[in-house]
Design a protein around this ligand. Structure first.
Ligand code: KG4
Ligand code: ZN
Length: 353
């Protein structure tokens, strides 16, 4: 099965071709960081227009490099949601037009499903079932993943997503967009012990707070710190380090609790914040102590990309999700879902192994 994958949910145009037998044949990514940099965040209209400019040249490029012919494609998978309505529509329109022209199915993929399956692109891929920690700019969730299409929510953020907290805190520290990588870099020079920041929701774990997260209080605590102390370079680095350490501590404590609760021994970490070096080193150490393994996507697939969407499409196709309506949407009329709950994704093709 040869699947073209298209990702346009936010500020990255991602395209890839995945073959169920041979794996990932080619992928390409265009990041809009320089486009939005001056505005301190993503400007949806600019993002949509840029996807329109980039998408077809990227598809042509990926097809050429994959060695595959357009006529050999079995399906086109695209991010149907969640994301920005305008940018999603660009991907959906191109994917469905392509599918209609070629007479093949267009498969609408949940963006987070793409992220949580992305470690399956790696050589050392996890087997089902596993726990997934999804940490992106828009979501922070712990899921129990029994197979493709079988996702049970264990916990999620009650306010900001982890990536959003990184981005907002970075902005307060005068760092550019996207804030996560810039804050992590600044934190390398900081002393995380100089300032004590709260570990939100950890104290409430035993009182029904369970596996949920909350990051907005942490952001407020950083504002207070920034007001109290002189904004010299070392202080900014110390605040960045203290913030990163607090987020990492909370994420790890919740992962450990999720592993205990599910009694599983495989944890998958996906989404942009998973690229955080401190998170990964601390999590690996905690996992070694607790006796479970952590699986990550290859580094380039932590953040948004077309490869994870092509893969999710191929897995959906293999499961032949006809009952779920996923393959019924061939081109004539399509919709996007800017807000979409992952747990509601149909479980028709569960492939627990
Ligand atoms: O998964 P992703 O590319 O897009 C969404 O689906 O949201 O994640 C982007 C998020 C941003 O908030 C970005 O600041 C954060 O991931 N991020 C990081 C790092 N790299 C990206 N956060 C912390 N440390 C990093 N190294
Ligand atoms: Zn994402």
């Amino acid at each position: 099965m040869l699947v073209l994958g298209i990702e346009t949910s936010c500020d990255e145009t991602g395209v890839a071709i995945y073959d169920s037998d041979r794996g990932l044949l080619a992928h390409a990514l265009h990041s809009q960081i320089s486009l939005h940099g001056d505005y301190g965040g993503v400007v949806p209209e600019l993002a949509s227009r840029d996807h329109i400019r980039r998408l077809l040249p990227l598809i042509r490029d990926v097809l050429r490099r994959s060695g595959a012919r357009q006529s050999e494609l079995d399906a086109v998978a695209y991010t149907q949601g969640p994301g920005l309505a305008g940018t999603l529509l660009v991907g959906a329109a191109v994917a469905n037009s392509f599918a209609l022209g070629l007479g093949i199915p267009a498969i609408g993929i949940h963006h987070l499903e793409g992220h949580l399956l992305s470690p399956l692109l790696a050589k050392d891929a996890p087997r089902f079932p596993f726990v997934a920690l999804l940490v992106s700019g828009g979501h922070t969730q712990l899921m129990r993943v029994a197979g493709v299409g079988s996702y049970a929510l264990l916990g999620e953020t009650r306010d900001d997503a982890a990536g959003e907290a990184f981005d907002k805190t970075a902005k307060m520290l005068g760092l550019g967009y996207p804030g996560g990588p810039a804050l992590a870099k600044l934190a390398e020079r900081g002393d995380a012990r100089r300032f004590e920041l709260p570990r939100p929701m950890l104290d409430r774990m035993e009182e029904g707070g369970g596996l949920d997260f909350s990051f907005s209080g942490l952001k407020t605590a950083v504002v207070m710190l920034a007001r109290k102390h002189a904004p010299d370079e070392q202080t900014r680095a110390d605040v960045a380090a203290a913030f990163q350490e607090a987020v990492v501590d909370v994420l790890i404590a919740k992962c450990l609790a999720a592993m205990r609760r599910t009694a599983l021994d495989r944890l998958v970490v996906a989404g942009g914040v998973g690229a955080n070096v401190r998170l990964r080193s601390q999590l690996d150490a905690a996992a070694a102590r607790a006796g479970f393994r952590v699986f990550y996507p290859e580094f380039e697939f932590f953040t948004d990309n077309g490869a994870m969407i092509a893969l999710a499409g191929a897995l959906r196709l293999r499961g032949q999700d006809s009952g779920s309506g996923i393959l019924d949407s061939v081109a004539c009329g399509f919709t996007v879902k800017p807000r979409w709950d992952l747990a509601s994704v149909a479980a028709a093709a569960s492939t627990e192994s």
